[in-house]
Design a protein around this ligand. Structure first.
Ligand code: ADP
Ligand code: ZN
Length: 734
């Protein structure tokens, strides 16, 4: 029987299935007889016992067949874990083939709730047995337990013992005496969203879009782009598709950029469907993850709202995927498996024959092109629902209107803030840079403080009083003396981060209430939700933030948005830099005036004549798209051409370089495929590892993966410390 192990291996292994083990197999979904593909097992692997997944056919290079008598046997089934649905197996294979990540690593992602697989985890908790008579012997310890359990909650034995400061034996004694009872935990059911809880009256354009979406859901696989400015009602429209899925009894997945898993979205969902959806994101606790995973597998989770990894849950019957803010960069995962969740969502939908909705006010170029060529259906929502006008955006030419020395806000922007405060409205200042200053210098000798392990400056974080590397996490307290020349008190901060902008705001507007939002300062999702709620309620006058503030929020009192550094992000070698800057600035300025109109965006720039800046300012999206699409086409860039990056790294610089050159030399000849490099990566060293990059460019219709696979097969095995990473459709070129 083929078994897949969730490790960095790209093949299944054959195991025997002893008769006495078969009996403990979990039921196949649908009740068919035999061992369900996707079932979880324990198998011997090397000297260890590991979890594996029953595969329905051998996968990958099987090598020479192993004679039966030499095969090892499956040790046991994890009978309490629901099997992965067959579609999940197919999806894992697809993702592995596409990304070139080993199948085992993809399946490992699908097991993103470790608690589910831990055998023998206590599945029972204890609860006060209401109505039971008090035992004759009530020691002080027993009294503390009863007091701690008085709220009727179910707790793990250990948690109750800790709360009552007693030993587990005391708890056991009370169970024996009937005072406490053991109950299964996780039995609490998720509430079921009600599709007709609070229907909204859609505008004509919205109703049309909703009809197209619901009609699409009857036709199997399809991709529909929902394109409309922020506030046009895209969410209301796709909620209709979600309602339809609920009525049909299939599951729906709404993918959001992680940052946008805001309470505001959850509140809206609840207002529409009567209860919150099931959430899936990195801030969940281990038991919450386990519960969510099981609920996706059982079908109990009717609507899942989650970040990119939610795509890999074992849905029993997925019937709809919505990718909201589909252009968002956070859908690209760079880890053990490099994948673009939006694109994988389309693949998942194609396998499962279900509709996908891609929603955005600034769809990515790839999606635009697909919509224009008819591969995707396209729906446009004109204008904001509230009728509020879009903000007027104007540039501030920093060459003509510079800030005072040591300041970052130009007189024009400062004046606009003043005005906004006088009107009793909110203003938002956006700078996509965490910390206080991106560079620290020694005034005496010019020494720059950089990371000992990376090609990167240390970023000063003044609230935390640390110098941090944003690439590896290295940090140290700001030194009292220059580490190079020994001069005392000689450190100068260069350039602004959000903390420094907040400092300037506090100095200029001492009576304004300031909110500073930066991912490093807001440790938890809960806390972030609280801050956002307070801002919504008008408890801040000026908000300073990184891209955390750019997405998904609706601040009713906000009328003025200032972009501190509009040029940030332009002028790099990244083919998507212009697009990303356009999207980000559009999203941020779009926060202004959502309720009452009269919003304005002010963009500080040293090159307001740049085409991206001009497009943002004039609001001429079509002109921007046309020029960007032409540029991509001319350069054979995505989606007209396909890219893959090969990244070689090693601790020793020459080892990395030599191997990268070997890799290049062994590239199979191909007339229509270009291999660029190797070149030292722009961030040449990260965590002490030297990095070299190759970029592979192929025409769209060519099978880039097949080419890469043939190539990789000829490479010498990277020696101990060498690493070769393949990134299909790269988004980072650093
Ligand atoms: P988008 O997702 O395009 O940004 P939303 O769906 O969030 O737009 O709509 C913006 C605001 O307008 C929300 O507060 C939403 O509740 C409201 N809205 C949109 N359409 C309607 C409608 N047909 N009826 C009532 N409110 C609506
Ligand atoms: Zn570093």
């Amino acid at each position: 029987m083929p078994i897949l192990l969730p490790v960095a291996l790209d093949q299944t292994y054959d195991y025997l299935l002893p008769e006495d083990v078969v009996g403990s197999a979990p039921d196949s979904p649908g009740g068919s007889r035999g061992v369900a593909p996707g079932a979880f097992v324990l198998v011997p692997f090397g000297a260890q016992t590991r979890i594996g997944v029953v595969w329905d056919a051998p996968f990958g290079d099987q090598g020479n067949p192993v004679p039966d008598q030499k095969l090892k046997a499956v040790a046991a089934f994890l009978a309490e874990v629901p099997p992965l649905p067959v579609l999940s197996l197919r999806f894992a294979e697809w993702v592995s083939r596409y990304t070139l990540a080993p199948l085992g690593m993809v399946v490992r992602m699908m097991m993103g709730a470790p608690r589910v697989f831990e055998p023998g985890k206590p599945r029972f908790g204890v609860q006060l047995n209401a109505g039971a008579p008090e035992p004759a012997r009530m020691t002080p310890a027993r009294q503390r337990v009863v007091k701690a359990a008085a709220d009727g909650q179910v707790r793990a034995k250990s948690a109750l013992a800790a709360a009552a400061q007693c030993s587990a034996a005391v708890i056991d004694g009370l169970i024996e005496a009937g005072m406490l009872i053991e109950v299964a935990v996780g039995e609490r059911r998720f509430p079921v969203p009600n599709p007709t809880h609070a229907k909204v009256e859609l505008t004509e354009a919205q109703a049309h879009a909703a009809r197209v979406l619901t009609a699409a859901a009857e036709g199997g696989f399809s991709v529909t782009l929902l394109d409309g400015v922020t506030g046009s009602g895209k969410t209301e429209v796709y909620f209709e598709a979600v309602a339809q899925a609920l009525e049909k009894g299939v599951q729906a997945l709404i993918m959001l950029p992680e940052i946008a898993l805001t309470s505001q979205f959850m509140d809206r969902f609840k207002a529409r469907f009567g209860c919150p959806p099931l959430e899936w994101h990195s801030a969940l606790s281990a038991p919450e993850r386990a519960r969510a995973w099981n609920a996706a597998a059982s079908g109990e989770a009717r609507v899942v709202v989650g970040a990119r990894s939610a795509l890999f849950l074992p849905y029993r019957q997925l019937g709809l995927i919505v990718v909201d803010e589909e252009h968002d960069g956070s859908f690209k995962q760079e880890g053990r498996v490099h994948y673009q969740a939006r694109d994988m969502a389309v693949a998942r939908a194609s396998l499962g024959k279900l509709p996908v909705v891609l929603s955005s006010a600034t769809p990515c170029i790839e999606t635009h092109v697909n919509a224009r060529t008819g591969r995707y259906r396209s729906l446009a929502l004109p204008g904001r629902y509230s009728g509020a006008a879009l903000p007027t955006v104007s540039p501030i030419d920093m060459r003509k209107d510079p800030p005072e020395p040591g300041k970052w806000l130009s007189p024009t922007l400062a004046a606009a803030l003043n005005e906004t405060l006088d009107e009793g409205r909110q203003a938002l200042l956006f700078l996509n840079r965490r910390g206080y200053a991106p560079l620290t210098l020694c005034r005496a000798c010019g020494h720059r403080f950089d990371c000992p392990q990376c090609t990167a400056w240390l970023v000063e974080h003044r609230y935390r009083n640390r110098l941090n590397c944003h690439h590896c996490g290295f940090s140290l307290p700001p030194p009292a003396k220059c580490s190079s020349c020994g001069a005392a008190d000689s450190l100068v901060a260069c350039g602004p981060g959000v903390e420094r902008i907040a400092e300037e705001v506090a100095a200029r507007f001492p009576s304004a209430r300031l909110a500073l939002l930066s991912s490093d300062l807001v440790p938890s999702l809960v806390e972030m939700r609280n801050i956002i709620k307070r801002i919504e309620a008008g408890e801040a006058d000026i908000i300073v933030g990184t891209q955390m503030v750019a997405k998904g929020h609706n601040f009713p009192g906000l009328t003025t948005v200032g972009i501190v550094d509009g040029d940030l992000g332009l002028g790099s070698a990244d083919p998507r830099a212009a697009e990303r800057t356009f999207q980000l600035l559009h999203q941020v300025t779009g926060r202004a005036g959502r309720m009452h109109g009269k919003g304005r965006g002010l963009v500080q720039s040293y090159s307001p004549e740049h085409p991206v800046m001009r497009a943002i300012i004039t609001g001429d999206r079509e002109a921007f798209l046309a020029s960007e699409i032409r540029h991509r086409q001319a350069g054979m860039l995505p989606p007209f051409g396909r890219l893959a990056a090969l990244i070689v790294s090693a601790r020793a610089k020459d080892l990395a370089e030599l191997y990268a050159r070997d890799v290049r030399r062994l590239a199979p000849p191909a007339t229509r495929i270009q291999v660029l490099g190797p070149a030292e990566a722009p961030i040449a060293v990260v965590r002490g590892r030297h990095r070299w990059r190759l970029l592979v460019k192929a025409p769209r219709e060519l099978d880039l993966q097949a080419y890469l696979r043939a190539w990789l097969a000829t490479l010498p095995k990277p020696m101990a410390d060498l690493r070769l990473t393949v990134d299909i459709d790269p988004y980072s070129f650093l």
